[in-house]
Design a protein around this ligand. Structure first.
Ligand SMILES: [Zn+2]
Ligand SMILES: [Zn+2]
Length: 166
């Protein structure tokens, strides 16, 4: 998405917040989550004589499959980032968090993509204390309890009974 910032560039000092709606589903994430669109982005821009700073905030709603119980679930995470808006990148390494001005606009997609990727939760769980599936019978332990654990306990106990101590 191109964001026209000509009104920012025309002034020596500028401070404003833009509320953008990102409808494009261009992100082909190589992750097991499906992002829900549109994404609402809050972009605040502050321009002084020396630099243009931006702050980006958005909430990413997504659907995924729980790593433990294999059930689909929906959740969200927040992306917050800030950086400089520059006319050109001088050094790629030190200007990771910068947006480059082209024809009085900045292109958000690539930056947003990187920020989303680095904010994806490490563990995709339907809930923090998801009990997962029973390794024996496959039952979803969030909804039901099975007897598997108890049985294996009984079995061990049975074996103990057979032991004889001379
Ligand atoms: Zn789960
Ligand atoms: Zn079981």
């Amino acid at each position: 998405m191109l964001v026209d910032i000509s009104n920012v560039l025309d002034k020596d000092y500028f401070e404003d917040e833009l509320n953008l709606v990102f409808n494009d589903t261009i992100f082909d994430l190589e992750y097991d989550i499906k992002i829900k669109y549109p994404i609402k982005i809050n972009l605040s821009i502050t321009k002084s004589l020396n630099n243009i700073l931006f702050k980006l905030k958005c909430e990413i709603k997504y659907e995924a499959i729980c790593f433990r119980c294999s059930e689909p679930y929906s959740d969200s995470f927040c992306v917050t980032s800030e950086g400089n808006i520059v006319y050109r990148k001088i050094d790629e390494k030190f200007e990771e968090n910068s947006l480059v001005i082209k024809d009085k606009s900045v292109f958000l997609d690539e930056f947003l993509y990187q920020e989303i990727v680095s904010s994806i939760p490490m563990r995709l769980l339907c809930k923090e204390d998801c009990k997962g599936l029973c390794k024996r019978c496959g039952i979803n332990l969030n909804y039901k309890n099975c007897e598997c654990d108890k049985q294996s306990y009984d079995l061990r106990f049975e074996k103990l009974k057979d032991l004889t101590f001379d």
